[in-house]
Design a protein. Structure first.
Length: 69
């Protein structure tokens, strides 16, 4: 009976260690995810800014009516 309890105790200890390991891994992954989401937001902003600048430049181009005159 004592052997069974010792085995069970060993398995519970291993399970606790694995849960802690997974918790630490989860924290690292959450930090990486936050960083990637921040970078993604910055890139989206830059794309929109560039899109706006290009649209502005296209708007400044002379039109067909001005070219033929």
């Amino acid at each position: 009976m004592d052997t069974e309890f010792e085995q069970l105790e060993g398995r519970v200890g291993a399970l606790i260690a694995r849960v802690r390991e997974l918790d630490e891994q989860n924290e690292r992954m959450a930090a990486v995810l936050a960083e990637v989401l921040k970078e993604n937001a910055e890139l989206k902003f830059l794309v929109e800014e560039t899109r706006s600048r290009v649209a502005d430049l296209i708007g400044r181009l002379p039109g067909e009516a001005e070219e033929t005159a």
